[in-house]
Design a protein around this ligand. Structure first.
Ligand code: UT7
Length: 325
């Protein structure tokens, strides 16, 4: 029986011009390139410029995704921006992005699931498209984590950074077979019992300030591999597929040791995991679409490939989606 699938039409990304290396950080706090590289795999990261906002990065990534999709903003009737670092408390950054892209039709709203935001946004867009609520979606992850970092706190300031990535998803009438192109299955999870292990100590209703990131790194690390592996296995089960069927795994880029841990636990064949954490660090909701776009642009991800995206972050939230490209 035929059914609607959300098919990827194009990808785009944006990284701010300024690059901050581990050696630069070693001049700012008591740390070293050796410590950061060994514990995280990060070598450098991009930092947003003064006067540049989350919406600016989102718009740049969106423009590239639209162009590569062969679409214009007129074709888009759903804009989702996954972000933890909005331009304003309200309206949603998605409204600002819609306006900057020159559109005033359809709907636009933000998704707040921290580092898992992009995966939540893909699954949400998929539901809007497959239910007929929308025809063509722009799904964006954009974050400037540098603005909520305490630059004196070496346990967090070496980990996070800035950037944006975007994809265009279009509703397409498909045969309804397991090998259709498009989003094939998703699993999203939240366990609020862990909220205080990774959080920002400000907010409108508590302090009226944006606040700074606090993290119990070891606690996050302890749960990450298990939580991510569980949702990947669940998505494979839902789609009747095996880990060996995957062409690419595109993980959230928080820490190379977490990426390696998941690879080992699930037995993902070597060379099938896209890694950008060394150059991008943890860009929160932007990390997965940034990595996706890089692998599409350099020809690794091709039409017909089975691509698993996964992430875990504050909340705790975690999730995965299987996309046939
Ligand atoms: O999207 C999800 C977001 N977050 C994550 O995924 C983060 C998950 N956690 C991690 O990636 C790791 O836990 C970290 C990279 C944050 C830390 O690595 P770790 O191996 O768990 O180190 P640790 O927290 O156990 O710290 C080891 C030592 C400590 O010193 P003592 O207490 O053993 O003397 C820290 O004070 O390393 C020290 N330390 C540093 N030293 C140099 C912490 N940060 C730094 C630093 N430079 N930047």
């Amino acid at each position: 029986m035929t059914r609607i699938r959300s098919v990827v039409r194009g990808t785009g990304s944006y990284l701010p011009e300024k690059v901050l290396t581990n050696d630069d950080l070693a001049h700012m706090v008591e740390t070293s390139d050796e410590w950061i590289t060994q514990r995280t795999g990060i070598k450098e990261r991009h930092i947003i410029a003064d006067g540049e906002n989350t919406s600016d990065m989102a718009v740049a990534a969106a423009r590239e995704a639209l162009e590569r999709a062969g679409k214009t903003i007129e074709d888009i009737d759903l804009i989702l921006v996954a972000t933890t670092t909005p331009d304003y408390t309200f309206p949603a950054t998605a409204s600002i992005v819609q306006n900057k892209l020159g559109s005033s039709h359809g709907m636009a709203f933000d998704i707040q699931a921290v580092c898992t935001g992009f995966v939540f946004a893909v699954a949400t867009a998929d539901n809007y498209l497959t239910s007929g609520m929308a025809k063509c979606a722009l799904v964006i992850g954009s974050d400037c984590m540098s603005r909520i970092l305490d630059w004196q706190d070496r346990s967090t300031c070496v980990l996070f950074a800035d950037g944006a990535g975007a994809i265009v998803l279009e509703a397409v009438e498909s045969p309804g077979e397991p090998d259709d192109r498009g989003v094939l299955a998703s699993t999203l999870r939240t366990d609020g019992r862990h909220w205080h292990k990774l959080y920002v100590d400000g907010g409108v209703s508590r302090s009226g300030t944006a606040g700074f990131i606090h993290m119990e790194g070891r606690e996050v690390f302890k749960h990450a591999v298990t939580m991510i592996s569980d949702v990947v296995v669940d998505v494979l089960k839902k789609s009747g597929m095996h880990i060996d069927d995957l062409d690419w795994v595109v993980p959230h880029q928080a820490n190379k040791r977490i990426i390696d841990g998941v690879e080992k636990k699930l037995g993902i064949p070597a060379g099938k995991v896209v890694v950008t954490v060394d150059r991008h660090a943890n860009t929160s909701a932007a990390s997965v679409p940034l990595a996706l776009h890089e692998a599409v642009k350099d020809g690794r991800i091709k039409q017909g490939d089975y691509v698993m995206i996964e992430a875990m972050g504050g909340g705790f939230t975690w999730g995965a989606s299987l996309i046939r490209w």
